[in-house]
Ligand binder design. Sequence first.
Ligand code: XMP
Length: 319
Amino acid sequence: DWTMAEFRKTKIEEIRAQVGDGKVICGLSGGVDSAVAAVLIHEAIGDQLTCVFVDHGLLRMNEREQVETLFRDHYNIPLVVVDAEQRFMAGLDGVTDPEKKRKFIGGEFINVFEEEARKIGGADFLAQGTLYPDVIESVSFTGGPSVTIKSHHNVGGLPERMNMKLVEPLRELFKDEVRVLGRELGLPEIFVGRHPFPGPGLAIRIPGAVNKERCDILRKADAIYLEEIRNAGLYDAIWQAFAVLLPVKTVGVMGDHRTYDSVCGLRAVTSTDGMTADVYPFDGAFLASVATRIVNEVRGVNRVVYDYTSKPPGTIEWE
Ligand code: XMP
């Protein structure tokens, strides 16, 4: 793509001019935006960049391994991976309110990130994969512009506290343009085409109390659902697809015995910006086969339901 090739060249010059011989630290989320920002910045300033990936135990199946493989092995970008699962699980213990979950996770993420930044001797710049829609709208609204429906913590907070200047090379881009730039930079399709994933991760896909056991159950169900979607060739037609694990137990029967286990909800929507969304109309046979696999393969789930709510009036995430 000619335009993106130009954009890439221009941005590399800008990053070099801004950073000079300073040190840059970049938090990776596993998502497209931070990955593209990091690879672009690394191309500009090489090992003046260090990436930090916080594994809060709320990630999807194999996400951490994919980040390690890509950044450490493929691009050779200095990468610090922090195993913070226990810390996050301890702090989430007994927290059921969605905004309290967000508040804790956002705050603890900053704590962990700051500690790691200190360990590597600090940095002059903080790199973020902020996009144009993040610049104009850092919270999502439904009813009117005065109502905050959910607080998104991926912008703000960190820079002020860490007293670092920002490097945000994607500030003028929309999501689809970031994907084009990612391909231009040679990022594998599994990163570039990946569905958006919220900062608070699986915690807001487990209504009610969150713990490691429930995260493990949800990760398995979610992986099966996404595998089936990929196998059916539908992944790229969907904006976001994911499973949720409900705090409700229902009765089932398996073989000749009674089961009493959790309900798993499946969500899939089409959207262009996440502000509004339509339900993805899977055919019934597809959903039935996903449900069968999940109930047969995931211990702790004995019933699967599909969410038919558009946004509005629903939101994409359940919390
Ligand atoms: P909702 O659920 O508000 O989601 O319809 C709209 C888009 O935002 C994502 N989302 C979040 N992203 N922190 C994030 O970084 C959050 O707290 C958060 N909550 C929702 C959601 O996945 C969807 O893409």
